[in-house]
Ligand binder design. Structure first.
Ligand code: EPU
Length: 335
């Protein structure tokens, strides 16, 4: 285990804010968490972080920050069609995706190239191109910082929802590992119906997991800023869901409004709402709205968390005034 004081979080937040925390702990194995418990780390204020790819850190954090370095990918059960794989929370998410493809195991290829660590995948119920982590998660191993014990939470008890779960609400649980159910060839079913994924693969007679990954990686590279080049936290807002009557009212004024019908109403792309309000490519100071995908707020260089927060509020106000829709952030605001 590593412990550092007055530690810079610059490399631990993809917005690239120059902030620090008073104490930074990196644990390599489950037992380290018991040591942290005994040292009183969890009786003070603390924050678990993964790759820092979904955080808006507003200031220096005068408290404990805890990060996993549990590195393990292990097939724990194999059947004819499926297998269960235990993955440590400190594994880089995309390394796990690449591992699954190298073993010809299907299920997470659409989640290629998402930044962050495996530990965040159930917390945030990460999703892209028609697949969500909840589709493949069977069980999550957690450390309960109140009870000082480890246990498994079954998928049905994870309360997965769009970019959320029980782990996002119950702040005393740390994800130490996740059990995924992946599918063997030829039983996996490729999900190609989001956007132009199928169209981009139309010339191939047989489509492999690697082909799907390559297409997704290309789409993501063309739309989303690379964290190494431009600071951002991916989609900043969630796509809002509105009721049928709200939708019908809006459609009379905006006949071209894009939407997806979902179980509880109509999901409207926040990127479209933000574009309509004229924010695409705009900046306020060093905080900006990404020109290729306006759902992404970016650090143009030297921005602080407060600058992005100010821009967030301005966008929320515009969208509220024009569409009577409140955009909620997907990123976690940290102070
Ligand atoms: N759109 C515009 N203008 C733009 C871009 C998009 O109006 O400049 C509208 C279009 O109507 C387009 C729609 O937004 O059809 C959807 O755009 P896109 O497919 O890029 O997806 P998104 O809804 O903006 C969501 C996720 C992404 C995920 C993609 C692909 C959320 C908050 N975001 O974005 O996830 O990669 O779908 O599945 O649900 C993330 O969570 O950080 C993330 C990047």
């Amino acid at each position: 285990m590593k412990h550092q004081q007055n530690y810079s979080l610059l490399k631990h937040n993809t917005f690239g804010f120059s902030v620090q925390c008073s104490d930074f702990y990196v644990y390599d194995k489950k037992e380290d968490l018991i040591q942290l418990y005994n040292e009183g780390v969890f009786s003070q204020k603390w924050l678990p972080i993964g790759g820092g790819s979904n955080l808006l850190i507003l200031n220096d954090l005068e408290y404990n920050v805890v990060q996993s370095n549990i590195q393990q990918i292990e097939v724990i059960e194999g059947g004819e069609k499926n297998c269960l794989v235990y993955v440590g929370s400190g594994v880089i998410w995309d390394d796990f995706v690449q591992w699954s493809i190298s073993k010809n195991l299907g299920g997470i290829e659409n989640l290629s190239f998402i930044p962050g660590m495996v530990g965040a995948s159930p917390v945030q119920n990460i999703g892209a191109y028609g697949v969500e982590a909840k589709d493949v998660i069977r069980r999550v191993e957690v450390y309960d910082t109140k009870q000082n014990k480890f246990y498994y939470v079954e998928a049905a008890d994870c309360l997965f929802e769009y970019r959320g779960s029980v782990f996002k609400r119950d702040k005393h649980l740390i994800v130490v590992g996740v059990i995924y159910q992946l599918t063997k060839e030829p039983y996996y079913e490729l999900k190609l119906d989001y956007g132009n994924v199928r169209e981009m693969l139309k010339d191939l007679s047989t489509i492999t997991l690697k082909d799907v990954r390559d297409v997704i990686v290309n789409i993501r590279k063309s739309k989303l800023p690379l964290p190494s080049e431009i600071g951002s936290a991916g989609s900043f807002f969630k796509n809002p869901v509105i009721s049928k009557s709200e939708f019908e009212t809006l459609r009379t004024t905006y006949p071209d409004i894009p939407f997806y019908e979902v179980s509880d109403g109509y999901k409207i792309p926040a990127a479209w709402l933000i574009s309509q309000c004229g924010w695409k490519g705009k900046n306020i100071g060093a905080a900006g709205v990404y020109e290729k995908q306006p759902l992404i707020l970016v650090n143009r260089g030297g921005a602080k968390g407060e600058d992005v927060l100010f821009l967030m509020k301005q966008i929320q106000m515009s969208v509220k005034c024009q569409f009577s829709i409140l955009l909620n952030p997907e990123v976690c605001l940290i102070q």
